[in-house]
Design a protein around this ligand. Structure first.
Ligand code: 16G
Ligand code: ZN
Length: 552
């Protein structure tokens, strides 16, 4: 049922990057843009097959390499509900890509494709159900070409309906994919949702929250500077701020590093990754008034970190841990006020990288449970979605969101419809849930939620920072001959292999008050990472070095 000749022709024209090994990791496929033709071609086919497998629902595909330098690019597939590609399909993505990459003839590749179709029992008869795909890309120069590789077979071979959103942030693509399917299911809409729906929805949620509190449309900080890493977040945030209903005075938010049309500047000495790693202001920003707040997005705007500079010119980072704890404080207060603390379970999901002080603060001061998962957004997301009614998760690097359960929505709705209980708190919870992009971490939505929280609680950046003080900590990268021997257990907090190493690490940790350290192989680089934290800043280097010596 596949047009063999047409597919063959496109394959021969498109798959020019041969004999490269492709692997689908936590961030999808990602490498130098010049090496991606073949994998784009096969990923396009896989997205179509995924849609056919799911009765023609919209499947999303995003072309991006996030915080990587401008020479890189990548691609990932998004499920109809806006979550990341089902883990069971990741191996298919790799098999198909590597088949095309290493096949000597088209027929070898074709056999692999047929095998997959048969294995998944996919009905290729598109006369009844056509596949639907939504595609988006970040601002990289290489993206339009790669998009053509990606979509080349979709309509001509598989009769797919393809909607091209153009340049969007990664979270916008996730959001639009989710909304398109929801509308189709709930109201039989056949048109795809748009970027405009995204702006309208989040601006409305933000306004509702301010109206609920009868706060004038002014922020609690005199000024917010937003560093958009010269990526797609810049133009998209500008569109949101230009919406006719956006009511915050325009001089309160200033966007810097917004040159998304100059390719080499992408993520260069700016953006969330740079700021988090170097603990300093990005290019383009200088310290202004002490109560100003700053934030940085990454290149595709799915991460955000905040920071401020105190009167002594000292830089203070408000990272993913601080964002989690701010939301946990605010939402647990609201639950308390709404008298729902016993019926709805709120919790925070972290990884081993979360600062020990943040964990203690959440448990002891906020009385919220904390879960720890392995690194990688999908692990945190899964835990937040399955264990809590309000599941807050952020990686320290600023990627995260909040997931509200079905029970949460039902409980709030039913109380509101009966006009029962503390209506202000109930309305707040209701509006706040709308302000969060629940499909994936979203720099724009997270930024709006932080601004709303600070404004409602009347907190300055220093108040936010003072809730707890980070333990001094250090993260180092260690190059080893073979990182695969470093196998972990207990959510990456302990080493299982090499045998005996954990015992040695434990004996070092025991020497340092409040000491904590762990070692894990990186999933994205050929290196091992060593994290250490302890009470005494003057002992930190020594502590970390002792561990590194054992690892090397
Ligand atoms: C990936 C993950 C990120 C994680 C990082 C760890 C996703 C979408 N991205 O970029 O969450 O923090 O890997 O990198 O899951 P590492 O394994 O090199 O330390
Ligand atoms: Zn990103």
């Amino acid at each position: 049922k596949i047009d063999y000749d047409q597919l063959r022709k496109l394959y021969e024209d498109t798959c020019c990057t041969k004999n490269l090994q492709y692997s689908y990791g936590t961030a999808g496929f990602r490498t130098l843009a010049k090496d991606l033709d073949t994998v784009m071609f096969t990923t396009g086919i896989l997205a179509v097959l995924r849609s056919l497998k799911l009765q023609g629902q919209y499947v999303g595909v995003m072309i991006t390499a996030s915080h990587n330098p401008y020479q890189d690019n990548g691609v990932k597939i998004v499920e109809p509900d806006g979550s990341m590609l089902l883990a069971a399909w990741e191996p298919y993505a790799m098999q198909l890509a590597n088949a095309a990459s290493f096949a000597a003839t088209f027929d070898e590749f074709y056999a692999e494709l047929v095998k997959l179709v048969e294995h998944e029992k996919i009905d290729l008869d598109t006369s009844a159900v056509a596949p639907h795909v939504v595609v988006g890309r970040d601002s990289r120069e290489s993206s339009p070409f790669l998009l053509r590789c990606l979509t080349s077979t979709m309509a001509s071979v598989f009769h797919a309906q393809v909607v091209d959103l153009g340049c969007v942030t990664t979270p916008q693509l996730h959001y639009v994919t989710n909304l398109s399917n929801r509308r189709q299911r709930e109201d039989g809409h056949t048109t795809v949702a748009t970027e405009q729906d995204y702006y309208s929805f989040f601006v409305e949620a933000f306004n509702e929250l301010f109206t609920t509190y009868q706060i004038e449309k002014r922020l609690s900080v005199p000024k917010l500077f937003v560093d958009t890493a010269n990526g797609i977040g810049g133009p998209q945030l500008k569109k949101l701020l230009a919406s006719k209903d956006w009511a915050v005075p325009s001089d309160e938010i200033e966007i810097v590093n917004d040159k998304s049309d100059v390719p080499e500047l992408l993520n260069f000495e700016c953006g969330a990754d740079y700021v988090k790693t170097n603990q300093r202001l990005p290019k383009g920003l200088s310290p202004s008034s002490p109560d100003s707040l700053y934030c940085s997005f990454d290149g595709d705007a799915d991460r955000v970190v905040f920071y401020y500079v105190d009167p002594e010119s000292k830089f203070h980072l408000l990272d993913g841990d601080k964002i989690s704890t701010l939301f946990a404080k605010f939402l647990s207060q609201q639950l308390e006020l709404a008298n729902l603390r016993d019926s709805l379970k709120i919790g925070v999901v972290q990884t081993a990288y979360a600062n020990g002080s943040s964990t203690t603060y959440i448990e002891d001061a906020l009385h919220c449970p904390v879960s720890c998962t392995k690194t990688g957004v999908k692990h945190l997301h899964h835990e937040a979605a399955t264990q809590y009614d309000i599941g807050i998760y952020f990686e320290a690097n600023g990627h995260g969101t909040i997931i509200f359960s079905e029970k949460f929505h039902q409980t709030i709705e039913s109380q509101l419809s009966k006009s029962q209980g503390n209506l202000l708190a109930l309305n707040t919870l209701n509006c706040f849930a709308k302000l969060i992009n629940q499909t994936v971490g979203d720099a724009i939505s997270d930024m709006l939620a932080v601004l709303a929280t600070l404004s409602i609680l009347q907190m300055a950046p220093t108040d936010w920072d003072r809730e707890y003080t980070d333990l001094p900590n250090k993260l180092v990268k260690c190059i080893v001959p073979d990182r695969s021997i470093f196998q972990t257990t207990d959510q990456e907090r302990k080493l299982q292999n090499p045998a005996g190493l954990q015992t040695k690490i434990d004996s070092v940790i025991a020497k340092y008050p409040m000491g904590r350290s762990f070692v894990r192989a990186s999933g994205t680089e050929d290196a091992v990472r060593v994290y250490a934290e302890c009470e005494d800043p003057t002992k930190l280097d020594q502590f970390c070095n002792e561990i590194v010596e054992y690892v090397k």
